[in-house]
Write a protein that binds this ligand. Structure first.
Ligand code: SF4
Length: 267
């Protein structure tokens, strides 16, 4: 078996949703503009750090969705997002705070950790380079809202960063948040993950995998006003037996053969 951070996070959020996604093969339709733009923007970043024409790369990738019937959030449209993407690439060049040596080797770095004879953990880290001259692991995020910076130290609790630090052994990590808004902005957020946090994450992975392999998939619904996790769960139609909702949100793929290696880009 091969595990990833996305899988562990999904199991911890709701074991029943994990079963639907990874065992039964129900996956969310990919029609959210924010998600698809995030992927296109990653390609543009790869071109940027390889000193290629990053705006052309962005238009090539994002251009593929120009006529597609995507789900846009309020006020967004294809042209607006394209303009924001170019603005963010210009800001990145102006700031000039990140260096990635040998980008073909140091971007989308595949890291593998053996868990047992029969299982391993795989992560794709966005980049390993330097931010303001200090070596660190870099994680790109595209978003429409600024990341919270208060209270101090909050970023060190981010489970994805802890996971990447655990699998890479690199303590210094950073999120580079590309914030799409009227005047787009880039946040450079740095933190350090401790040895203790890395060890704890290792224990969490071990304990979670034991439950998965024991076949424990109890629903963990989030019905509690106002933070109801089920409302934003793509699998809600399955739990409610609502066929219309299932057809609107999900497609069925064969079992767990297609795993989410790449962590979802936020919006
Ligand atoms: S709708 Fe709620 S209970 Fe059902 S899979 Fe999603 S989060 Fe779990």
């Amino acid at each position: 078996m091969v595990y990833s951070h996305t899988q562990i996070a999904q199991y911890l959020r709701c074991p029943r949703a994990y079963r639907y996604r990874y065992l039964d093969g129900w996956r969310e339709k990919e029609s959210r503009a924010s998600l698809l733009f995030g992927r296109a923007f990653e390609k543009a970043l790869a071109a940027f750090f390889s000193r290629e024409d990053c705006a052309a790369a962005l238009f090539k990738e994002w251009g593929a969705y120009r006529e597609a019937p995507l789900e846009y959030s309020r006020g967004d449209n294809w042209e607006r997002i394209a303009r924001q993407g170019v603005q963010l690439l210009e800001r990145l060049a102006q700031h000039d705070r990140i260096r990635i040596p040998q980008p073909h080797r140091n971007m989308q770095v595949k890291l593998v950790r053996s868990l047992s004879e029969a299982s391993e953990f795989v992560a794709y880290v966005d980049a390993v380079g330097t931010l303001d001259g200090k070596r660190c692991l870099l994680e790109w995020k595209t978003t429409t809202a600024r990341y919270p910076e208060e209270p101090e130290g909050l970023l060190a609790l981010d489970p994805q960063l802890i996971c990447y630090s655990w699998i890479s052994g690199i303590p210094d990590v950073a999120v580079v948040a590309f914030v799409r808004k009227r005047v787009s902005e880039i946040q450079y957020l740095k933190t350090t993950i401790s040895d203790e946090q890395r060890q704890e994450y290792g224990h969490l992975v071990e304990a979670t995998i034991q439950q998965i392999e024991a076949g424990q998939f109890h629903p963990h619904s989030g019905i509690r006003f106002p933070q109801n996790g089920c409302v934003s769960c793509a699998q809600l139609g399955l739990c409610l037996g609502n066929q219309q909702l299932v057809e609107a949100k999900l497609i069925r793929t064969p079992g767990a053969s297609d795993l989410d290696w790449l962590d979802q880009l936020d919006d």
